[in-house]
Design a protein around this ligand. Structure first.
Ligand SMILES: Cc1cc2nc3c(=O)[nH]c(=O)nc-3n(C[C@H](O)[C@H](O)[C@H](O)COP(=O)(O)O)c2cc1C
Length: 225
């Protein structure tokens, strides 16, 4: 696939076939993705590629704690709630996903079901948990670098017929993820990427999210026209 087609066709996948992903394919993906740039070539990422029983335990632990009302516990400060244009965009993608899934606005049960799917990482057969060493705090630059490798993973996976969704929900209960993925206390858990072969019958997988017009976020400076 040429690069433009890859970028223009990729979308987040939230419904997966149960088929396992061969370890060798994941190794290939990571080998490509580690070509991502990082500040001063620090390559500050650690990846935990989790499948099988440990991943099932993470799903179960996340579900149990979320249902019990345990407050999300992240390893770094996060924004509580978006406002303005950012909130509008958050609502828009939620509406697109709910419409595709046939979930009505007032259907609390189905909405809750959807949220719980997120905490189970959409039942993907693989989850790649990304961490950085806490010694890097304040780690905005390191987090940026992990973002770069995350996108590279998503693209390299898509090129191989694999779907992904970068998934904050999957790591909201960090003690659960830390325990079952064997992550030391010296590392901060940033996010995870659910991965697997897309289930083409899962309607949310057809959702193509929108993007703002360049006029609203690009500023050309010093050009003649
Ligand atoms: C840092 C980050 C965290 C995300 N967390 C979630 C999540 O918890 N649940 C979810 O369904 N999607 C999550 N997403 C996926 C975004 O919703 C998705 O990338 C966005 O709507 C654009 O859609 P696209 O990936 O299909 O282009 C996350 C994406 C990023 C980059």
């Amino acid at each position: 696939m040429d690069f433009e087609t890859l970028v223009r066709t990729r979308r987040s996948v939230r419904g997966y076939k149960p088929d396992p992903v061969p370890k060798q394919v994941i190794q290939e993906i990571i080998d490509v993705a580690k070509g991502a740039p990082s500040s001063m070539n620090t390559q500050p990422w650690n990846l935990y590629v989790v499948t099988g029983e440990p991943l099932d335990k993470i799903r179960a632990g996340n579900t149990e704690r979320m249902l019990a009302g345990v407050k999300p516990q992240r390893d770094f400060p996060t924004k509580e709630a978006y406002e303005g244009i950012h909130r509008e965009r958050q609502v828009e993608i939620a509406k697109q996903l709910f419409a595709a899934m046939g979930i009505a606005r007032d259907d609390k049960e189905m909405r809750q079901d959807w949220v719980m799917r997120g905490f189970r990482q959409f039942d993907a057969p693989v989850s790649i948990v990304l961490t950085y060493d806490k010694i890097l705090e304040p780690a905005a630059i390191g987090q940026f670098d992990l973002g770069a490798i995350s996108y590279a993973i998503c693209l390299a996976a898509w090129e191989r017929g694999l779907g992904t969704v970068i998934n904050g929900q999957g790591v909201m209960q960090t003690p659960v993820v830390r325990e079952h993925a064997g992550i030391p206390d010296t590392q901060a858990i940033l996010t995870c990427i659910a991965m697997g072969y897309p289930n083409d019958d899962f309607s949310a997988n057809q959702v193509k999210s929108t993007r703002a017009d360049e006029a609203s976020f690009v500023n050309f400076v010093g050009f003649d026209d």
